[in-house]
Design a protein around this ligand. Structure first.
Ligand SMILES: Cc1ncc(COP(=O)(O)O)c(C=O)c1O
Length: 394
């Protein structure tokens, strides 16, 4: 694809708009299926945030099965909309949020709620008991690895080893309305940390080394906790692991039944910097040139969709087309205007689009009500994002 082709496809569209290039998405899907080996793939909805896209992905292959949701309200809504096998990957504590999934459970849908603390179990048990219902739960296993002076991972679960898992299982045994349906361990330090950033050879080397040293520990811990669950007589049907950046290693673990993938489908630019894979930029947005304050500077309306998490240049959107566009260092992507430096051969005029990529896949959809779906050089659909469906879960 090129600037002129994208420009022509969208020439009648009001800017700003977000788009999904289905041809590139299809290539990403094939590659992700290959990268996942023989494991099932659960879709991380936080990195998609568009019901049409979730359904499209689920339809592409039997290997893609189930959704990893980010809130119980989201899971309840997706269940109402006809989806099933929904795993809420972060704890749900408020009674209202826990109870919102009960109608779906009563209809026979599967929605797992996450837990790792006694308090989670007590709260889930108390809500389930009141309504005389059984909640399938998922234990979140911490997959952090530590090295002298380095906490390599994220602050997530309190279940960090067999000993803490044992305490959790003992408590779980006393909760008659909870069923251990799933185990999940997310090795964020492998899956979500790039190891091939441009101009950062020393850092890449260190990260690759830490990743390599972590893989065995992660696999051993996941298996040990899984074995303990079996010893307790639990029969979790799901053992989930990984993310877009860790498929090559997570798939090698025998006890793992499924891997999670979200970001790799749209391939936001944070996922450009991995050594072992490169997906295609399937989603993006366009902003309109409305000023030309200086030679080679084209200022666009809006565009400042900066991603969450630690702040840094990697969280700022990147100009995509025309090739060679750059942000201005001391303005970057702004709330109401974004100046672009361009010295290439395209003739840019007021009203022309600049195509941008978000750093994080799903957050793009929080800024737009629709995705324009394109294929073979034409717009083929206009589908609502979660926002377009009137949903704002987080
Ligand atoms: C629990 C969990 N699993 C998997 C993922 C991977 O998602 P993605 O493929 O979008 O990086 C995430 C992302 O944060 C996560 O929180």
């Amino acid at each position: 694809m090129s600037y002129s082709k994208y420009k022509r496809i969208f020439e009648k569209e009001q800017k700003p708009f977000a788009y999904l290039d289905k041809d590139l998405l299809d290539k990403n899907i094939s590659e992700i299926i290959q990268r996942s080996g023989n494991k099932k793939i659960r879709i991380a909805s936080k990195s998609i945030r568009c019901k049409w896209a979730l359904e499209y992905l689920l339809d592409q292959s039997k290997q893609i099965q189930g959704v990893m949701c980010f809130t119980a309200q989201e899971a309840a809504w997706l269940a109402e909309e006809g989806l099933d096998d929904l795993l809420v990957a972060y704890p749900t504590y408020s009674e209202k949020d826990i109870e919102c999934i009960f109608p779906a459970l009563r209809k026979g849908k599967t929605i797992y709620l996450m837990a790792d603390l006694d308090e989670h179990l007590s709260q889930l048990q108390s809500c389930a008991e009141k309504e005389n219902i059984t909640i399938p739960i998922c234990l979140d296993m911490d997959m952090t690895t530590t090295f002298p002076g380095i906490y390599f991972g994220v602050y997530r679960s309190s279940v960090k080893d067999v000993k803490t898992a044992d305490r959790f299982f003992q408590k779980l045994r006393q909760c008659p309305n909870l069923r251990l349906g799933a185990l999940m361990g997310y090795e964020a330090q492998i899956a979500g940390v790039g190891d091939n950033a441009k101009g950062k050879a020393a850092m890449n080397f260190i990260i690759r080394m830490l990743k390599k040293k972590s893989i065995h520990t992660i696999a051993t811990r996941r298996k040990a906790i899984y074995d303990l669950a079996l010893e307790y007589g639990f029969k979790p049907e799901v053992v989930n692991g990984g993310g877009t950046g860790s498929l090559e290693t997570t798939r090698e673990e025998e006890c793992v039944t499924e891997v999670t993938v979200g970001s790799g489908f749209y391939a936001s630019h944070l996922f450009d910097n991995y050594q072992v894979f490169k997906h295609l930029p399937a989603a993006g947005y366009a902003i309109e040139i409305v000023r030309k304050p200086h030679e080679n500077i084209y200022t666009c309306l809006g565009g400042g969709y900066v991603a969450s998490g630690t702040f840094g240049k990697d969280k700022v959107p990147q100009p995509h087309f025309p090739t060679g566009c750059e942000l201005v260092d001391n303005e970057m992507a702004g709330e109401v205007q974004t100046p672009i430096i361009y010295q290439g051969n395209e003739e840019l005029r007021l009203g022309d689009p600049i195509f941008m990529r978000h750093s994080k896949a799903g957050e793009l959809c929080e800024h737009f009500q629709h995705l324009l779906v394109i294929s073979e050089g034409a717009i083929i659909d206009r589908v609502p994002t979660y926002r377009g469906d009137g949903k704002c879960f987080l």
